[in-house]
Structure formats: C-alpha cells, structure tokens
Ligand binder design. Structure first.
Ligand SMILES: *Cc1c(COP(=O)(O)O)cnc(C)c1O
Length: 217
C-alpha cells in the first residue's frame, strides 16, 4: 500500500513484461479521498492524478495546481454533456469519451478554448447493457466520426466486468487499439494493474492501493 509500494510494483511489472522502464503512466485516482491523503502524495512528488466527478475536481484542483504547477489531472469518470466545457477547461486528459453527442460537445469546446486534452475512447469490452462505452463492433465507425469532428483520440479505455477475469478484456482492448492505430491503452486498477501492464497498458488508474479505501459516507 502507498505510492512507493505501487511505484515499485509498476517498475517490476514493466521489467517482467519486457517493457521499458517508465513506459507506464500511473494515474493516482484521488476521487473522494480526504485532502490530506492527496497532498501527502503530491508532496512525495507524484504528478498524475485521476478524478471521476467534475464538480469535485473543480473544488480542489485549481488551488492545488497553483501549489503544484507540474501536475496533470485526468478525467476518468462518466462525463455529462452539460459538464463538457468545464471538463475541457479543467482536465489534461479525458478517458471517458463514450458517445457521439459528447464527442460533438468536446470538439466544440476544445476548438473554442484552444486546448488539446488527450482523449481516450471508453470501450464496453464486456458488452454490458448498463455500462457506458462504445461496443467493439462500433469502434471503427466511432473513431471515424471523431476524426470528422476534428478530434484525434489518443487511445482506448476499459473497465472490465467486475465478476470476470480482466485479462481477456485487456487483450481485446489492446487488439482494438492496434487495429485502429491508437497508441494509448488506459486499463488496470488497484486489483489488476499488473496484468494490465503485462497486456500493454500505457496508463493504469490506481486509487485505493495508493490512498487507502474510499469512504463515501
Ligand atoms: C475509481 C476508479 C478507479 C480506481 O479504482 P481502485 O480500485 O481504487 O484502484 C479506476 N478507474 C475508474 C474508471 C474508476 O472509477
């Protein structure tokens, strides 16, 4: 547990997979965590964080960015269309591009604000009806629509079904990224980031293993 431990495990998993040291970006998922846990990790020098809720992120990151100017903050949670503009203002990357209406909004705000957040398309690898994300079959068409809107997606993101082994989902995501020429792979959380690294993850999203359990109280 803790940042140092997770960093060591990430380095070991990179070596085990024959991958270059530092090729995996550790996103420390700070949603819902008390401020002192997050500032402790900021003080340790970690610079990449993930948030799920626009409003929560808006309440804390503008101030922390002043104190820690080199941080980047990634949006990893579902994004409502009416929060798209704020998200484009706040975040360096968005991992939850999951529908065409959101792509249209993002394209407009990115253009107006003159910024270029890194974009990941969320793929519903388990074909789960209740889960957000583009279905594997629909991905090539979705990417084409994004490109027509002027967006340049950097990669793919998935959240495997909770009750299943993640590895087949990670493999599917990697194959889809290769087929569609996308370099980024956002996959793996506290419980399975090492297997995600073995399957080619470029970005892992780890919360509770760094900060401790979340208390939604
Ligand atoms: C909360 C969350 C995480 C981090 O989960 P942990 O199990 O605490 O590591 C990763 N990805 C997404 C999309 C999340 O919502």
């Amino acid at each position: 547990m803790g940042l140092n431990d997770i960093n060591s495990r990430v380095r070991a998993a990179e070596i085990a997979a024959g991958r270059e040291t530092g090729s995996v970006t550790l996103i420390a998922v700070s949603k819902v965590q008390p401020a002192e846990r997050v500032t402790a990790v900021l003080d340790q020098g970690h610079q990449v964080f993930g948030e799920n809720y626009v409003q929560e992120a808006q309440g804390k990151w503008p101030e922390w960015r002043q104190r820690y100017p080199d941080v980047s903050v990634h949006m990893i949670g579902p994004l409502q269309s009416n929060k798209a503009r704020t998200a484009v203002e706040l975040f360096d990357a968005i991992h939850s591009l999951d529908r065409i209406s959101l792509a249209r909004k993002l394209a407009r705000h990115i253009d107006e604000l003159g910024v270029s957040p890194q974009l990941f398309i969320q793929v519903n690898t388990g074909d789960e009806p209740q889960k957000a994300g583009i279905l594997a079959d629909e991905l090539p068409g979705f990417i084409k629509s994004c490109q027509e809107l002027g967006l340049r997606p950097h990669g793919l993101m998935c959240i495997p079904p909770e009750s299943e082994d993640s590895t087949p989902h990670f493999r599917l995501l990697r194959r889809l990224a290769q087929e569609n020429d996308l370099p980024g792979l956002s996959m793996g959380m506290s419980a399975d980031f090492e297997s995600a690294i073995a399957e080619g993850a470029t970005h892992i999203r780890v919360g509770s293993a760094i900060f401790g359990a979340r208390n939604y109280g």
